[in-house]
Design a protein. Sequence first.
Length: 94
Amino acid sequence: MLSKKTKYGIKALTFLGRQEDNTPVAIASISKSENISLKFLESILLTLRKNGILGSKKGKGGGYYLLKSPSEIPMTAITVSYTHLRAHETVLDL
């Protein structure tokens, strides 16, 4: 069973992956579109940024964006971000 953080992380990444030109998207836009609490989403996106899945840009025109194409982001990278597995563990070890 996936945690809420994982489910919402997937929703946010899917939203970002649908963007045409991979420009930064304001967190408020993602929150509103995906119906995710702004505070909760901030925490989720920060974790994904720290894990190298997202990039961020500050200031006017800022927001979050994917660092890789959606096809290059494995589902395990998202899940591991929220389950606190050590780097050497794999899904098979679960």
